[in-house]
Design a protein around this ligand. Structure first.
Ligand SMILES: NC(=O)c1ccc[n+]([C@@H]2O[C@H](COP(=O)([O-])OP(=O)(O)OC[C@H]3O[C@@H](n4cnc5c(N)ncnc54)[C@H](OP(=O)(O)O)[C@@H]3O)[C@@H](O)[C@H]2O)c1
Length: 312
């Protein structure tokens, strides 16, 4: 089969011909159609997760394929980390590690739904979202941000969608946020937000953006941190923290069992089937363009998700 391989940390992802995977008892082979591309694939390919990921390494933690000709979306935890990922024509998963694709759901969009969608769901849950919240989503043009804006709106909250890029504002507005907040640098965030102070911030950027969000936030706001797109460290002025009695929290939940993951993904796919959530897909690229897809994440040229078309 054709699969993308990263031979050693930092090497460019390239297509190779590998042996077809052989399923063990209780496993099935998925014939892949589309694989979603995520920042975690990029961090792993660059070697940032250290020895947790063995090399050579097939990236890809999500995607859509067929099992016995039935279209399915994968929920298998650890794909593209401790086990070969979805940038491949065939992947082996456990019999309970996928959900059927509902009728009417675009498989390209569905391929980009699991990681970003479940993360958005999770961070809104751990952040304690209510319909009374004013939610500021940092990096709303990205995969998680796009889902978070739509899910928070569906829950009845007021949503401020942030982008650092004026060129992306229009596309971000189409996600349905109440306001698009364009701030190219963290120190511009508070002025851009103005009196519309968020009570819940979804922070997938970290670095100085966390302090920017703290300066913009309402008193007693929660700042749920779940990503490191700007930096692995975050800055916070202690006076802002205690003066406003802010709560800064990790956005992840304890690792849920497989049935919860299946249920959550099935719920997201149902929302997509009903037209209540969509996945903006910037580009559907051939498998051989994995390196270009990774570069695009780093260069921030993507809007929403990038998906690899595995059979092209
Ligand atoms: N905790 C978890 O379980 C979990 C799960 C999934 C993802 N994540 C993390 O969450 C973050 C977001 O994931 P994603 O899939 O939404 O990523 P993404 O699609 O690459 O979107 C990230 C967005 O953040 C903005 N951004 C990127 N780099 C930036 C920088 N240096 N400074 C300011 N803004 C920047 C960009 O928006 P503009 O260019 O419009 O400003 C971009 O659209 C990533 O760090 C990812 O690793 C964590």
């Amino acid at each position: 089969m054709r699969a993308v391989l990263v031979s050693v940390p930092g090497d460019e992802p390239r297509v190779h011909t590998l042996a077809d995977p052989v399923p063990a008892a209780g496993q099935v082979v998925v014939d892949m159609l589309y694989a979603g591309v995520n920042p975690i694939d990029v961090w792993i390919a660059r070697g940032e997760l250290g020895s947790a990921v063995p090399f050579p390494h097939v990236p890809g933690c999500e995607g859509v394929g067929t099992v016995d000709d039935v279209p399915v979306a994968l929920v298998a935890p650890g794909l593209g980390r401790g086990r070969p990922g979805t940038y491949a024509e065939r992947v082996v998963v456990g019999a309970g590690e996928f959900v059927p694709l509902p009728a009417g759901v675009d498989p390209v969009q569905a391929a980009g739904a699991k990681t970003a969608g479940l993360t958005a769901l999770e961070v809104l849950q751990t952040g304690g979202l209510t319909s009374e919240d004013v939610v500021l989503v940092l990096g709303a043009s990205g995969g998680v941000g796009s889902f978070a804006v739509q899910l928070a709106k569906n829950a009845g909250a007021r949503v401020l969608a942030h982008t650092a890029s004026a060129a992306k504002s229009e596309a971000v507005a189409e996600l349905g946020a109440d306001r698009v907040v364009t701030a190219a640098a963290p120190e511009l965030l508070a002025a851009a937000v103005g009196d519309d102070r968020p009570t819940l911030v979804l922070d997938g950027l970290a670095g100085d953006w966390t302090q920017g969000a703290a300066a913009a936030a309402a008193e007693e706001a929660r700042i749920a941190v779940f990503g490191t797109s700007a930096d692995r460290r975050l800055t916070l002025d202690a006076r802002t923290l205690y003066g406003k009695r802010l709560r800064v929290q990790g956005g992840n939940r304890p690792k849920p069992p497989a049935d919860v993951l299946r249920e959550d993904l099935a719920g997201l796919l149902s929302l997509m089937a009903e037209g209540r959530v969509r996945v903006p897909v910037t580009a559907s690229l051939p498998l051989g363009a994995a390196a270009q897809a990774h570069a695009s994440i780093l260069a921030r040229t993507a809007l929403g998700k990038i998906v690899l078309s595995v059979r092209d």
